[in-house]
Design a protein around this ligand. Structure first.
Ligand code: SF4
Length: 699
């Protein structure tokens, strides 16, 4: 048996559960991953990705040196592999990158740069990234994949409560009486959280209501399974609210003290009966009624949701309709009760918290608020752009119009994650300059002029914030490959070069000697973080923000006394159908999502042993749809939409309804986003990845 030379405590680099891991190291390699017992949030549990999937750190295709496109400046730029790049020194690559950015800024202004920060990078990396983009480049055009996963949850919760994070900590799940899981295939997307949910059901007798069009594993533990047609969630939740009001199941005391808008909301919902919702969603009215009673009558009830709710043209309305249920029933502000969007990536919460969004500084302080701006201007010693920036998809639109001329992409892969990829690729071809900073070559880096090699989670220090707002440490466990550098060091070096060329300097500067000192600067400027330091996180194995002072214990659950907006807001809503529904030419409804063995664009899991278990792109097809086309399990078939076509392996299964197909998002060779459309939620600007019309063909 191999004996480890050292064991390094860190945080899993995959999903937003933020499991604590013990990396066992021998010969400067991770050879095994365990989970410490007795430590939140996972208490000794790990899923297959956390336990077996971190071998990507040592994959031979890691980027080890800066790379410069051999034919830099040629347009339209084409996607090229490694052979199209030459190796460079850090000085050459960073000087050239600085020169290119400065050239664009001088000619077109800072708003001609679009930037993508990273839900995989640390809080400290993202703080520094947005400081560079805002303070030096001079634009708020900064966004990240939160736009593409939970922007609608953020928008909805901001309207109803004035804040957008998960209400409750994971540890509170075991005490639930009733919980709703909507649009979340939890056992595949957040596997360790699903074990706590299952424990609540199996051991403690909690009642689970699953709302999902697919027969996901969690339905096996459900008291009620509401199998709605994709895109009809609002109708189901509106009808549940109608039952709660009509049967006087609402918490009048809570509403009187803590909620605004009850009368208008109650009047607006009179016609939204379970029978009306059944017509739209296909969920039997009786099931809707029973579910509403179960949820409203519970002592402690919570709602958890995933991207099935948020990645929709009515994602904000979906989140608002869930918030309405919680506000009506008073299921907020007590331990275990609340509204919980399950965040997808390891640090998507932290990246947003650190200001990786176009409209807010760290801690959600608005860039358009003169007082907030003055605070950051005073500290950084610069004049900041007073206009909110563009979201990811708006940046694509602006690039198409020639308004944005350059991209800085850190640890994101928009050429996999954007909807309607053919369109996104076309836009990329016409940019003047693209800088990509990552650990692997990926579909976006293929369009770069310069690629900067970064370190992985196992090669640096810093913090990730998990889905339940727990700030946790990652630690350097193994050396970086080649001359790869930490994201923060790269940003700081680039920022100083750009400042020098632009002839300006921020007073707070970019000279930091550690991740901890970057955190301290961010915390100084961000009230909910002011009681948190790296030393404290180390001592306490993680701290939940808000934590405004050093003697504050942190906040595992929110809203005990009040909401950030004062009172919660009930919001009247109208059900609207999805933008593109099946028709004669494209008769099937496409939904996309994740599978257990892979993660997002696959950049990491496709380079781990996990790829041996799930190596091929797949499509779930119902037997009723497969049979007439002579499609059998394992056949390679074509899936086509109005935007593109991919070849995938058929999984003939009853998991999805007849008339619906499901495609995982992880496979670059058959990217589901070749098929999706760029219809967006009007408020959150999140694309609809869950409803598009497609046709399938045997090959
Ligand atoms: Fe990692 Fe998420 Fe699995 Fe935990 S549940 S081990 S954080 S992928």
């Amino acid at each position: 048996m191999i004996k480890s030379e050292k064991i390094i405590r860190s945080t899993c680099p995959y999903c937003g559960v933020g499991c604590q891991v013990d990396l066992q190291i021998k010969d400067e390699k991770i050879f095994r991953v365990d989970a410490p017992f007795g430590v939140a949030p996972n208490f000794g549990r790990l899923c297959t990705k956390g336990r077996f999937g971190v071998d990507y750190v040592h994959h031979p295709s890691r980027l080890t040196k800066p790379l410069i496109r051999k034919e830099i400046g040629t347009k339209p730029r084409k996607a090229i592999g490694m052979e199209g790049f030459r190796e460079a020194t850090w000085d050459e690559a960073l000087d050239l990158a600085a020169e290119k950015f400065v050239g664009i800024v001088r000619k077109k202004g800072g708003d001609a740069i679009g930037s993508f920060c990273s839900a995989k990078a640390t809080n400290e990396d993202n703080y520094l990234f947005q400081k560079f983009v805002r303070g030096v480049i001079g634009t708020n055009n900064i966004d990240h994949c939160a736009r593409l996963c939970h922007a609608a949850s953020v928008a909805g919760l901001q309207i109803s409560l004035g804040t957008s994070a998960m209400s409750n900590s994971i540890a509170e799940m075991k005490d639930l009486d009733v919980f709703i899981v909507a649009g979340s295939n939890t056992s595949e997307t957040h596997p360790v959280i699903s074990t706590f949910m299952r424990e609540a059901v199996v051991k403690n007798g909690a009642k689970l209501i699953v709302v999902d069009p697919r027969q996901i594993e969690m339905t096996q533990f459900a008291t009620r399974w509401l199998r709605q047609k994709p895109g009809t969630d609002v109708a189901v939740f509106q009808a549940m609210a109608q039952v709660i009001i009509q049967e006087n199941l609402y918490d009048s005391d809570f509403i009187q003290k803590r909620v605004d808008g009850f009368d208008d909301y109650a009047a607006s919902i009179q016609e939204s009966t379970p029978e009306w919702a059944e017509q739209i969603s296909g969920v039997p009215a009786a099931e809707i009624r029973e579910s509403a009673r179960l949820y409203a009558n519970a002592e402690k009830a919570a709602i958890y949701w995933g991207m099935g709710i948020s990645q929709s043209v009515h994602g904000t309305d979906n989140a608002l309709s869930l918030a309405n249920l919680a506000l009506l029933s008073g299921n907020l502000g007590k331990t275990g009760t609340g509204l919980n969007p399950l965040r997808g990536q390891n640090n998507v919460q932290g990246c947003s918290d650190a200001g990786g969004l176009p409209n807010v500084f760290p801690g959600y302080q608005s860039v358009t608020d003169p007082e907030s701006r003055a605070k950051f201007e005073g500290d950084w010693g610069v004049v900041l752009n007073p206009e909110a920036g563009l979201t990811t998809m708006e940046m694509v639109d602006a690039a198409e119009k020639g308004v944005i001329r350059g991209y800085y992409v850190m640890g994101e892969n928009p050429m996999m994650s954007e909807p309607d990829l053919r369109h996104a690729r076309h836009v990329m071809e016409e940019l003047d300059f693209v800088l990509v900073q990552d650990i692997f070559m990926n579909e976006t880096a293929e369009y770069a002029d310069i690629i900067l090699p970064a370190t992985s989670f196992a090669e640096k220090e810093g913090t990730f914030t998990n889905s339940d707002r727990r700030v946790q440490l990652i630690r350097e466990a193994v050396p970086a490959p080649g001359i790869a550098r930490n994201d923060s060091d790269i940003i700081a070096d680039l920022a100083q070069r750009v400042e020098e060329k632009l002839g300006k300097k921020t007073t707070a500067g970019f000279e930091f000697d550690s991740a901890s000192s970057i955190w301290d600067e961010m915390a100084r400027l961000t009230p909910p973080f002011q009681g948190i330091t790296h030393a404290r996180i180390e001592q306490e194995d993680g701290v939940h923000w808000p934590c405004p002072t050093p003697d504050h214990p942190g906040t595992p659950y929110l809203f005990a006394d009040t909401f950030p907006s004062g009172k919660g807001q009930l919001t009247p809503l109208n059900y609207r159908p999805s933008q593109e529904l099946p028709d004669e030419e494209y008769p099937l409804l496409l939904s996309t999502g994740r599978v257990l063995y892979h993660w997002h664009g696959g950049t990491m899991t496709r380079r781990s042993k996990l790829d041996d278990i799930y190596p091929d792109p797949t499509v779930e097809v119902h037997p009723k749809d497969a049979k007439p086309l002579n499609i059998h399990a394992g056949d390679w078939i074509k899936v086509r939409s109005r935007r593109g076509e991919i070849k995938v392996k058929a999984l003939v299964t009853k998991r999805s309804r007849p008339g619906m197909v499901f495609i995982p998002i992880h496979f670059a060779e058959a990217a589901a986003n070749e098929l999706t459309l760029d219809a967006r939620d009007p408020q959150a600007k999140i694309p609809d990845y869950k409803v598009a019309a497609v046709v399938i063909e045997a090959m």
